[in-house]
Design a protein around this ligand. Structure first.
Ligand code: CP
Ligand code: NVA
Length: 314
């Protein structure tokens, strides 16, 4: 039932998983969700396992879902703000990695630079999980895909519109997940905000095998027209605060508001990884509308976190 092939492996990118592994993780997440509501006795599959969370940036969902997930599976977690580690005083990541390796069974890290994750993984024998970097947010993409399947049943028939910053960590992972699993993803983004080219190339490669379509457009209406899913994320990600003015200006035509979603299918769903900035990338009206599934999406972070931890740390 667990995804055996992932045992002991790092999870830094959606690209670390094959189509079969992603499908199995999603299936397992649904099983964890079913058990969560059935009141069945929890199998302490991660008893005595300890996960360290090294976070360079704030987090609500990722931190809490990982900590609750491991606890509900019988294990323990240590939340380590990087500001309180010797990392803050200049101890190199490679030294931190080799020390933690001797205490814990795995590390989940949220970092400014994706390269820090790679260094952590290179010097750790134990698995390292990406809890968000400037490049990707693979744990989020799993919950996103699970939510689309849960609400819309079949991913392959969906037209998904992502409207906003196309170089965003969340859309990078979503793009790679859709490219691997199938579906149509339109990314509406201004010039200069296209997804990172190396990831876009990988997405096209995977899409050619899965039959997925990944399309970059400049016009938000073209993306949202007849869409089943409308997704957005913040215009100013953590670490980009100094670019705030320029980003707000460049992305102003990409707000998800009532006028834009009129072009989507009547039963479209609105998605956002959260936290949301109402009045910037989305209006209060849209996020609070009956089409919004953001709370189900947030909940699914817990079930997908369990699938990942159970498979990797066992
Ligand atoms: N979506 C998400 O990762 O939220 P947090 O920053 O609260 O973890
Ligand atoms: N793109 C956002 C996602 C937050 C979960 C950020 O990096 O701040």
């Amino acid at each position: 039932m667990y995804v055996e092939s992932l045992r002991g492996r790092d999870f830094l990118s959606i690209l670390d998983c094959s189509r079969v592994e992603l499908e199995s993780l999603i299936k397992l997440s649904f099983e964890f969700k079913r058990r969560y509501y059935s009141g069945e006795k929890i199998i302490p599959i991660l008893q005595n396992k300890i996960l360290a969370l090294i976070f360079e940036k704030p987090s609500t969902r990722t931190r809490v879902s990982l900590q609750v997930a491991i606890q509900q599976l019988g294990g323990h977690s240590l939340y380590l703000s990087s500001a309180e580690l010797q990392l803050a005083r200049g101890e190199p990541i490679k030294d931190t990695a080799r020390v933690l390796d001797r205490y814990v069974d795995g590390v989940a890290a949220r970092v400014y630079r994706h390269e820090s994750l790679i260094e952590l993984a290179n010097y750790s024998q134990k698995p390292v999980i990406n809890a968000l970097s400037d490049r990707e947010h693979p744990l989020q993409a799993l919950a996103d895909v699970m939510t689309m399947i849960e609400v819309k049943k079949n991913l392959k028939n969906l037209k998904i519109a992502f409207v906003g910053d196309g170089r965003d960590n969340v859309v990078h992972s979503l793009m790679l997940a859709i490219a691997t699993l199938g579906g149509k993803l339109y990314i509406a983004t201004p010039k200069g905000y296209d997804p990172e080219i190396s990831l876009l190339k990988k997405a096209y490669e995977r899409a050619s095998e899965s039959g997925a379509e990944i399309v970059i457009v400049r016009d938000a209406v073209e993306a949202v027209d007849n869409a089943d899913v409308v997704y957005t994320d913040v215009w100013v990600s953590m670490g980009q605060e100094s670019e705030r003015e320029r980003r707000l200006k460049d992305l102003s035509a990409y707000q998800v508001n009532a006028e834009l979603v009129r072009y989507a299918k009547k039963d479209f769903i609105f998605m956002h990884c959260l936290p949301a900035h109402r009045g910037e990338e989305v209006t209060d009206e849209v996020i609070e509308s009956p089409n919004s599934v953001v709370w189900i999406q947030a909940e699914n972070r817990l079930h997908t976190a369990k699938a990942v931890l159970a498979s990797i740390l066992r």
